[in-house]
Design a binder for this molecule. Structure first.
Ligand SMILES: [Zn+2]
Length: 253
């Protein structure tokens, strides 16, 4: 992964900017990137698929690549809303690579594991206008701020490359989420987001209780928010995401 530059010789015959960038970014990812689950290289699907661009031959994980010039935005434009929502529960839902490039080289490369994808992070866009080629078509955005920090695995951050060992370790750390049913997983992710908002990695139960109103607004049908918070903290502790130091004090690992 040491060479962050795109291979411009690949696109000398192409004119459309979007096509050039797709070829350059996909080629770079296939040569330099690897599967966060097993560390093996990833392979481009031979034919274009709407759902995934790459896969790992070893563990069959699927991957999709989205790229953007200069800097990461808070929302990433993706494909059809309905397709995205329908495939969320599928085991073949792809992991997402987000690449930020600048001057034909990679600046940031972030992986969002598939188990961080829930309806909460998919935003419905306005239907295309009646005059558009695909009138009425509804796309979606992926909202990055709704994803806990532990769900953003940096292969490259501001041109600094992480070690594969670190990437694989980070991926493993939250793999327990993939075994959860979606409603339960939603609660775990909500509590993970609350923990992200705290100033310190060491915190008290009361610090998380301060988010009770926020969580209540999100889950109006639930009347036992504090119980739910404690249940989730216990779950995260059991999964090695937190340690409990006694006397209501938790520490994020
Ligand atoms: Zn793999």
């Amino acid at each position: 992964m040491s060479d962050l530059n795109f291979d411009l010789s690949l696109v000398s015959k192409y004119h459309a900017a979007s096509q050039k960038i797709r070829i350059l970014t996909e080629n770079w990812l296939e040569i330099h990137s690897y599967c966060p689950c097993c560390g093996n290289s990833i392979v481009h699907y031979e034919n274009n698929r709407p759902v995934a661009d790459f896969y790992c031959k070893e563990c069959q994980e699927d991957f999709k690549l989205k790229s953007k010039q200069n800097r990461l935005s808070s929302k990433i434009i993706d494909g059809a809303y309905q397709t995205m929502i329908e495939r969320l529960p599928s085991a073949r839902n792809p992991n997402f690579f987000f690449m930020v490039y600048q001057d034909y080289s990679v600046k940031d490369l972030i992986l969002i594991p598939k188990h961080f994808f829930t309806e909460d992070i998919i935003e419905k866009r306005k239907p295309l206008s009646p005059k558009a080629h695909r009138a009425g078509w509804i796309g979606c955005n992926i909202i990055l701020k709704q994803i806990p920090e532990s769900g953003k695995i940096y292969y490259i951050k501001d041109r600094k490359i992480s070690s594969p060992e670190l990437v694989l370790e980070q991926y493993k750390k939250t793999l327990f989420l993939s075994n959860q049913k979606s409603l339960m997983r939603g609660w775990t992710l909500d509590v993970m987001l609350c923990i992200d908002k705290l100033a310190s990695n060491i915190f008290k139960l009361e610090d998380i209780y301060k988010f009770e109103a926020v969580l209540q607004a999100k889950h109006p049908e639930n009347h036992f928010i504090k119980d739910k918070i404690r249940q989730q903290l216990q779950y995260l502790r059991d999964k090695g995401y937190l340690v409990f130091n006694g006397r209501g004090i938790y520490k994020r690992i």
